[in-house]
Design a protein around this ligand. Structure first.
Ligand SMILES: Cc1ncc(COP(=O)(O)O)c(C=O)c1O
Length: 441
C-alpha cells in the first residue's frame, strides 16, 4: 500500500486517516461511511492557487469542480482557501450559495441547462456561464434582457484532443454531447452568433478534454489549440477573448497502475498549462488571458476513503472469491459505470500481508454490483472493516437510494477529530417524498 502524510498504518496495525483510526471511525459512525481528509483537500486547493499566483501573477482563478463532491462543507473549505467553484446544476448552485460561496467566483456549466437553472444563475449573480447550445444562448440573452443585465459568458469548445483515458469519460472528441467543435467550424459560427447578442458579453472560451488524464501533453495540446483559435477569431472577427478556461481532468492514484503525485507534484500540471499559454500568447501576439482551471477529482479524490463491514464471504471453487460488504453501487457506482479500479485493504488488519485476490461485491440486487474487482486482501472474515481508497470524487456525488439503501454519511477528519459533514439518511428520509394518493390510502 502507498502511504502519505495523513493516510498510514498506525501502531495497532489499523488504517489511520487524518489522525483517526479507521476501525474506531467505523465503530463510532457505523458503516458504510465516507471519510474525507480535510488537510488533503486544503493542500490541493492551496497548491493550485499558489501555482497560479506564482507562475501567472494570479491572473486567473482555480475553480473547484464541485460535481466531484458537493456538500456545504466542501464549498466552505474551497471558499476559505480563496478558490472559485464550477457548478453544473441548480442543485450544486443552491448548495454553494447556501454555504455562502461567492456567486461571482462561480462558473455554471451544463450541456442542457434548464431555463430555471439559467434564471437561478442570473439572479444569484454567477460570474460566468459557459454556453453549450444556440437555443440556450438565445434564452440566456432574453432572460438577461428581462433583468436589465449583461451576463458574462464563455463558449464551450471541443478542441478534438483525444486524451488517453477511459472512453466513457472522454468529452472532447468530435463525437461528444459537449461543446462546439473547432474542426468543423461550429465553434467559429457560435462565436459570431454570440457576438451579435446584446445581453451577454462573450469573454472567451472553455474546454475540458476528459478526466483521469495523466499525459501532460494532452493538456498542452488543448491549450495550444484554444490559443490558436483565439488568435484566429481575433483575426477573422476582431473579437479579442480575454478569458480561457481549460477545464479539469488531472489524473489521481487509484491503484499502482496509476502515478501517485504529492500535492506539490500536481503543480506541474498547472505549470505545463501556464507555460503553454504564455508561449502561445507570445507566438500569436495575444494578451495573456485570464486563466481558469477546474480540477475536481484531484482536489477531493485521494482525500476520501470508504469504510465498509465485511459480510458474506463466498468462494466459487475454481472461479473466484466474493467478499460482500454492506455498501455497493448505491454508494459507489463507478465500477458498474466503467469498471473503475480501486485499491482496498482491511482497515483492522492493515499490516497483514494481502495474499488473496478477491472481488468485493455490494449488497444490491444486480450481478454488476461490484465495488472493486481483483483486489488483494488478507483472507477476509465477516466483521472485518474494509477500506476502499481514493473514493473522495464521484462516489458520494453519484450515490443513489437504489434498493432503498440509505446514502451513507460523510465525516470530515482532521488531526484526530472527526465530524459529520453529511448526516446519515434514515428510512424516514427515504420515504419523505413518497405520497399515497387518496385512492391508495
Ligand atoms: C466541464 C468540466 N470541468 C471540470 C471537470 C472536472 O474534472 P476532474 O474531476 O477530472 O478534474 C469536469 C468533469 O467531468 C467537467 O466536465
Amino acid at each position: 500500500m502507498n502511504t502519505r502524510e495523513t493516510l498510514r498504518i498506525n501502531g495497532e496495525g489499523h488504517l489511520e486517516i487524518g489522525g483517526c483510526d479507521a476501525v474506531a471511525l467505523a465503530e463510532r459512525f457505523s458503516t458504510p461511511l465516507y471519510v474525507m481528509d480535510e488537510q488533503y483537500i486544503r493542500a490541493m486547493c492551496r497548491i493550485y492557487r499558489k501555482t497560479l499566483s506564482e507562475e501567472y501573477g494570479g491572473n486567473g482563478l482555480v475553480l473547484y469542480a464541485s460535481k466531484a463532491f458537493s456538500c456545504l462543507a466542501v464549498y466552505k473549505i474551497a471558499a476559505q482557501e480563496g478558490i472559485g467553484a464550477d457548478v453544473v446544476s441548480g442543485g450544486e448552485l443552491y448548495t454553494a450559495l447556501k454555504a455562502g460561496f461567492p456567486a461571482d467566483k462561480m462558473c455554471l456549466h451544463g450541456n442542457n441547462k434548464l431555463p430555471r437553472e439559467l434564471k437561478e444563475a442570473l439572479d444569484a449573480g454567477v460570474g460566468l456561464i459557459v454556453v453549450d447550445d444556440y437555443a440556450e444562448l438565445d434564452m440566456l440573452d432574453a432572460l438577461a434582457a428581462e433583468r436589465g443585465m449583461r451576463q458574462d459568458i464563455l463558449l464551450r469548445v471541443n478542441p478534438g484532443v483525444e486524451a488517453h483515458t477511459h472512453h466513457f469519460i472522454q468529452t472532447a472528441k468530435t463525437d461528444s454531447k459537449f461543446g462546439f467543435a473547432l474542426a468543423d467550424g461550429t465553434a467559429e459560427k457560435i462565436t459570431c452568433y454570440a457576438l451579435g447578442k446584446k445581453n451577454v458579453r462573450l469573454r472567451g472560451y472553455h474546454c475540458h478534454i476528459g478526466s483521469q488524464i495523466f499525459e501532460k501533453q494532452s493538456f498542452a495540446l488543448a491549450a495550444d489549440k484554444m490559443m490558436a483559435f483565439m488568435a484566429d477569431m481575433r483575426d477573422k472577427t476582431g473579437f479579442a477573448a480575454d478569458t480561457l478556461n481549460l477545464g479539469g481532468g488531472f489524473g489521481i492514484w487509484y491503484t499502482d497502475e496509476d502515478v501517485r503525485f504529492t500535492p506539490e507534484e500536481y503543480a506541474s500540471y498547472l505549470k505545463t498549462l501556464i507555460s503553454e499559454v504564455k508561449k502561445k500568447a507570445k507566438a500569436y501576439a495575444l494578451k495573456e488571458p485570464f486563466l481558469l482551471i477546474e480540477p475536481g477529482r484531484s482536489i477531493v479524490g485521494e482525500a476520501g476513503v470508504t469504510l465498509y463491514t465485511v459480510g458474506a464471504v463466498k468462494e466459487i471453487p475454481g472461479v473466484k472469491k466474493y467478499v460482500a460488504v454492506d455498501g455497493g453501487m448505491f454508494d459507489n457506482p463507478r465500477y458498474a459505470l466503467y469498471q473503475a479500479k480501486y485499491t482496498a485493504l482491511l482497515a483492522n488488519r492493515a499490516a497483514e500481508s494481502a495474499d488473496e485476490t478477491v472481488t468485493v461485491a455490494g449488497k444490491c440486487c444486480e450481478s454488476g454490483d461490484i465495488v472493486c474487482a481483483d483486489v488483494k486482501l488478507p483472507a477476509a472474515r465477516r466483521g472485518d472493516i474494509l477500506a476502499v481508497l481514493s473514493t473522495g470524487a464521484y462516489n458520494y456525488s453519484m450515490a443513489s437510494n437504489y434498493n432503498r439503501n440509505a446514502v451513507p454519511p460523510v465525516v470530515l477528519v482532521k488531526e484526530g477529530r472527526a465530524e459529520y459533514i453529511v448526516r446519515p439518511q434514515t428510512y424516514e428520509d427515504i420515504v419523505r417524498n413518497d405520497v399515497l394518493p387518496d385512492d391508495l390510502q
